[in-house]
Design a protein around this ligand. Structure first.
Ligand SMILES: [Zn+2]
Length: 427
């Protein structure tokens, strides 16, 4: 099923939910712009009426951490399949990382991604360009040219910016251009060629990554930013130590932000089946205490965004021993459902708060206007069934990859429709 378009669209009978609260209301969209949000709206002549009774009508989601494999590994993901997967997950703003082949370190590559995405989908693609050329060494990319070409942020994700002085210089230049740096905080020397958290390495017969690899990386990156009094965003925080470093910096007033991934909210290393590479990601799955610390950080506002770190790898690439398989798990199509299952269905967080972690929080980090179900705004709307119970079957995914650690799980809550501008689809 693909997008259909409607010049005039009335979403009738739903409940509009935002991070501030909920109210029963119809939503009228004309030429892709929200014209009215009000209960009992009459259908204008020629309007397409969509029955959304029983559904929640929310703003579209923002995901600041997505890997598409285009260019370079189209068997794992293409721009098209990745944007399809994003649609199915209700993710309207996709920030795609630079570690493709070739690396997105030039304005021409960034501009090409933006132009191709516009032809493929009504969703918004924001390329995250590399901080340094080829993700190597110390030569910064041309931040001004990248921004002009449509880059939404800067990151060497997959790798840290190894040299602290280079990171400092990058933070300064990024501030001048109004771009945020997203850091993959890791001490590569400590991480070595580990595959799983060191505490699970014996059971899984794989090489271990010590917790310190993340903690030391976070301390270094946050320390550089705090000293420079410049903003930095820490990707995929997964340890108690990293949470404490970010919390401490934020309490001291530093402009440090952080994200958590859905898999680090729901899974621990105890749930990794021996030899199953779909559970191999970086940072690796952690202990129950780490999971609780990350959830605590979402509850107290230390972490202000959930981001998938969607990292597709074709089945043939993942078919390897744990020590040799590539890092990464897909997440676009399960993101909201996993978080909803872990946080809302368990009563730990109201849905309104969770929406803040998918909309306002990540939008503020990336410096874009947060989608809103409000008069005068471009339609960027999700239709959500909060009671839907469904089983994760990766074979049905729109992503080209199947490396999903939630396979076979039952989740609660699902995105069942998306409106983006004049385009609409139901799932
Ligand atoms: Zn990363």
């Amino acid at each position: 099923m693909t997008w259909r378009t409607a010049d005039v669209l009335l979403l009738r009978g739903g409940t509009v939910v935002t991070c501030h609260g909920r109210t029963p209301a119809d939503v009228l969209v004309r030429e892709g712009v929200i014209e009215a949000v009000k209960a009992g709206l009459p259908a204008p002549p020629g309007a397409e009426v969509e029955d959304v009774r029983g559904l929640l009508v929310t703003p579209g989601f923002v995901d600041v951490h997505v890997h598409l494999r285009d260019p370079g590994a189209l068997d794992s993901e293409t721009l098209e399949s990745g944007l399809e997967a994003a649609a199915a997950g209700g993710i309207h703003h996709v920030f795609c990382m630079a570690n493709t082949d070739p690396v997105n370190d030039a304005a021409s590559l960034t501009a090409d991604l933006v132009a191709r995405a516009r032809r493929l989908s009504p969703l918004s693609l924001h390329p995250v360009a590399a901080v340094t050329r080829g993700l190597r060494g110390t030569e910064l990319t041309d931040f001004a040219a990248l921004k002009a070409a449509g880059a939404g942020a800067l990151s060497n994700d997959g790798l840290p910016v190894e040299d602290g002085r280079t990171l400092r210089r990058a933070l300064e230049r990024a501030e001048e251009e109004g771009l945020r740096i997203l850091v993959h905080a890791e001490d590569r020397g400590l991480a070595g060629d580990g595959a799983v958290d060191a505490r699970a390495a014996v059971r899984l017969r794989a090489k271990g990554i010590p917790v310190g690899a993340e903690d030391v990386g976070t301390a270094r990156d946050v320390g550089v930013a705090v000293e420079a009094r410049l903003p930095v965003h820490v990707c995929h925080v997964s340890t108690m130590g990293s949470v404490e470093i970010v919390r401490h910096a934020r309490r001291a007033g530093a402009p440090v932000t952080a994200e958590a991934t859905p898999h680090h909210l729901l899974l621990t290393y105890d749930e990794i089946p021996e030899g199953d590479t779909d559970f191999k990601m970086n940072p690796p799955l952690r202990s129950r205490a780490d999971v609780d610390a990350v959830v605590g950080a979402l509850l107290d506002g230390t972490i202000t965004a959930i981001a998938t770190d969607h990292a597709p790898h074709a089945p043939a690439r993942k078919a390897a021993p744990l020590d040799r398989a590539p890092f990464g798990a897909i997440g676009l199509e399960t993101s909201f459902a996993v978080s909803h299952t872990a946080l809302v269905a368990t009563g730990r967080m109201p849905l309104e708060r969770l929406l803040g972690l998918y909309v306002e929080g990540p939008a503020a980090i990336a410096g874009i206007e947060a989608p809103a179900v409000a008069t005068g705004r471009r339609a960027s709307i999700n239709l959500i069934d909060p009671d839907a119970e469904w089983e994760v079957v990766p074979a049905r995914f729109r992503s080209r990859s199947r490396n999903c650690p939630f396979k076979g799980r039952r989740l609660r809550g699902r995105v069942v429709g998306v409106v983006a501008g004049r385009s609409l689809r139901r799932f």
